[in-house]
Design a protein around this ligand. Structure first.
Ligand SMILES: [Zn+2]
Length: 288
């Protein structure tokens, strides 16, 4: 089997914050784990609750974010942390939290990346499984498309964002070959974005009461309010970040070129399910 070796972290890392949706204060700790452990969440505020593996099997339907559930225990907004783990190629880690939602931080994955790099990444002795995309395929839902195509090495992700002429968010494209370096410098800093009217709607539902303009990018008619962009295509980069985090739910590395057009979490989840289905089919074929 070719490919890289699995990684974990050397030391325990901690991050504090609050959930962007639920407003709940939360302390998060990353712990090193053995090979083939995978990424697993544990709610320490729910004693006796079972641990939640971060795989597509534990996905719960939810709008605008990625939520995992096992019995009564749930974890909300997993995607930015998952993107940090995927981007840095950390495969084995236990994540303890004492609230239902992960820290929103500044709406990006950068604080997670910094905490994980501080904890030092260590290489383990077993190889990481890689699924190689061998055929082109297209997943379509309404006006969105995610297409899969082979590529010579590694994972290339492209995002084409276009909300039309009436949106304050200009059409933009992001396209990167994903390595720990490109992820940490080009993708991890890209923040969550939202339209001003969506903020008002979510607040009326009780969400986001603690959120300020420093916690994410809020777009008014003239562009970001009280904030400047970290890159001209920051929104498209953030959509790539979300896609990478959600894709990790398929439980392996992916080699191929994944192109996204107007897609969001729902389509990313479909993508992770499809990769898992293709992976299972190819292992059945190999065994036959
Ligand atoms: Zn996001």
């Amino acid at each position: 089997m070719t490919g890289r070796y699995q990684n974990t972290i050397e030391n325990v890392a901690e991050l504090k914050g609050f959930g962007l949706f639920t407003n709940a204060d939360v302390t998060l700790r990353f712990y090193p784990t053995a090979e083939n452990h995978g990424i697993v969440f544990q709610r320490t505020d729910l004693p006796g609750s079972r641990r939640i593996p971060a795989t597509i099997d534990y996905l719960a339907p939810e709008e605008r974010r990625t939520k995992l559930v096992r019995d009564e225990a749930s974890v909300e907004m997993t995607e930015h942390l998952m993107a940090a783990l995927a981007g840095l190629q950390i495969d084995n880690c236990l994540i303890q939290i004492d609230a239902p939602e992960l820290p929103g931080c500044d709406g990006s994955a950068l604080p997670y990346v910094e905490a994980l790099l501080d904890a030092k990444i260590v290489t383990q002795t077993i190889k990481r499984e890689t699924f190689v995309i061998q055929q082109t395929e297209s997943l379509q839902q309404k006006q969105t498309t995610i297409s899969l195509a082979p590529c010579d090495s590694g994972l290339r992700l492209s995002y084409d964002l276009n909300y039309g002429n009436n949106s304050p968010i200009e059409p933009q494209v992001a396209d990167f070959s994903i390595t720990p370096e490109t992820f940490a410098t080009k993708i991890a800093p890209a923040r969550t974005f939202i339209l001003e009217q969506e903020v008002n709607y979510l607040r009326s539902k009780g969400y986001g009461q603690k959120v300020t303009l420093e916690d994410l990018l809020v777009y008014g008619d003239e562009g970001p309010i009280g904030n400047s962009l970290r890159a001209p295509n920051e929104c498209a980069r953030h959509k790539l970040l979300d896609c990478l985090g959600d894709l990790l739910l398929c439980g392996c590395d992916v080699q191929g070129h994944i192109r996204c057009f107007r897609s969001g979490h729902r389509q990313n989840h479909q993508l992770a399910k499809e990769i898992k289905r293709l992976k299972n089919r190819s292992s059945i074929e190999r065994a036959a």
